[in-house]
Design a binder for this molecule. Structure first.
Ligand SMILES: *Cc1c(COP(=O)(O)O)cnc(C)c1O
Length: 426
């Protein structure tokens, strides 16, 4: 690993002293406090990601010296060379986590070590330098503790929290196409309310899109790289122009579902034998391995194994199946046509669990040509669209989604403990 420390003064055979490369070291953290603190806006008066708090965490990597002493300092612009690798070739990886106040008023996070591990995996995929995940977590915990007055505390459990955005960018100042051996690792935080305003009242709608794909076999969709998201802005705008909240990302001719916007996708269906099946696509490299997705699967499987443990407040029929397998839009449509599509929901740190109550899907059996998908063309095709809706016209979370929402929020907020998922910031 690039951040390994070699002993000082360990001369090589030819007499040269090799570089001593410093690891990311939380014990060297320097804190420079802002001289004036910003006023805290009222919860509900801002949208996701708009607010900049007082401080940020910054650390630099240089191949000859390793990681600089991490610094917490006043929030502000970063100086980046215009030739920086990240500005030219998008060497940008990130994470999304949340801190909330537990019932004792202490800041806590949900499975933060999984985020650190995933950031390291993303950095590796982007040929960016490695770091000690535990050291980064310590620095982030310190930042969150310092910024804890920004954590919204709403008594009605509406998923208000301090969103944490660890970011790493390649800063080698060269337009040469190649890996950046210099990097900037930083973390900013921002207070957030519910991601979708509709979360208070119902669900989100999705437009199934197959002419643009978010990810593909052998691609980078399984990593949290900045370059996975910007190509989705045009299809997202097209979906919005047609009255849909988000894109349902598909893959291949058979319209395999990958994800819903930047969320993992789950469907709940009634089978002919009266049981229920809960399906989510597998993490085959085209799906971002969400921590909320994983927590959802763990909770569902535990509950299905032993319903009397009452892990989730939802009665499962005796024959419930939880499946990670490819799932197509046509399967959803077939369940919907038979009145067997009970629930669809998305999971992710930003939303926790959000209901999906309507999916628009073009019937591509017509002679559908990819003409670049300008909004006007998509509008034209809307006439050929089918709408997939839930049994009984359900709007908002159904019993499974609601049980997961309640449980995950309780675990996130430290009102309940499970498997050490809730971690205090110290
Ligand atoms: C971050 C992300 C998710 C959700 O992951 P969590 O770890 O649950 O927050 C899902 N899909 C995409 C594309 C993402 O970027």
């Amino acid at each position: 690993m690039a951040s390994a420390v070699r002993p000082n003064g360990n001369a090589t055979q030819n007499g040269h002293v090799p570089n001593v490369v410093a690891p990311l070291d939380a014990s060297r953290l320097k804190i420079e406090r802002a001289t004036t603190l910003k006023p805290i806006p009222a919860p509900g008066s801002y949208s996701f990601g708009d607010i900049h708090t007082d401080h940020m965490l910054v650390c630099k990597y240089h191949p000859s010296t390793g990681w600089s002493a991490p610094e917490i300092k006043p929030y502000g612009p970063l100086a980046i060379d215009p030739s920086s690798n990240c500005l030219q070739y998008a060497s940008n990886v990130f994470e999304g986590m949340k801190a909330v106040l537990n019932p004792e008023g202490k800041p806590c996070m949900f499975r933060p070590r999984d985020n650190m591990k995933r950031l390291l995996t993303s950095a590796k995929r982007m040929a960016l330098p490695a770091f000690d995940p535990e050291a980064l977590l310590t620095c982030i915990s310190t930042l969150v503790t310092l910024e804890s007055r920004w954590i919204p505390s709403l008594p009605d459990h509406r998923n208000s929290s301090l969103y944490i955005r660890p970011t790493m960018v390649g800063t080698k100042a060269s337009i040469k196409v190649g890996a950046s051996d210099e990097a900037l690792l930083y973390a900013i935080v921002t207070p957030v309310g519910p991601y979708f305003p509709v979360q208070k009242i119902g669900g989100v709608s999705l437009l199934a899109v197959s002419e643009h794909v978010r990810s593909w076999p052998g691609g980078t969709g399984g990593f949290k790289l900045g370059l996975n998201y910007s190509p989705g802005f045009v299809p997202q705008q097209a979906a919005a122009a047609l009255g849909y909240d988000q894109v349902l990302w598909l893959l291949d001719e058979d319209k395999k579902i990958t994800e819903a916007g930047a969320m993992n996708f789950f469907a709940v269906a009634e089978r002919d034998d009266g049981g229920i099946t809960i399906v989510t696509p597998p993490t085959d490299g085209t799906i971002l391995p969400g921590i909320t997705r994983d927590a959802t699967l763990v909770l569902l499987r535990e509950h299905a194994k032993n319903p009397s443990a009452n892990l989730l407040n939802v009665p499962f029929p005796p024959n419930v199946q939880i499946e990670e397998r490819p799932l197509t839009v046509n399967e959803l449509a077939a369940w919907a046509a038979k009145g067997q599509l009970l629930e669809c929901f998305g999971t992710g740190t930003a939303v926790l669990v959000v209901a999906i109550d309507r999916i628009g899907d073009f019937d591509v059996s017509d002679d559908f040509e990819d003409t670049g998908s300008a909004v006007s063309e998509i509008k034209e095709k809307k006439r050929k669209m089918r709408e997939i809706t839930l049994k009984g016209g359900l709007v908002g979370l159904g019993p499974v989604g609601k049980a997961l929402w309640d449980k995950l929020l309780a675990l996130k907020e430290g009102r309940e403990q499970y498997m050490g998922w809730n971690v205090l910031c110290e």
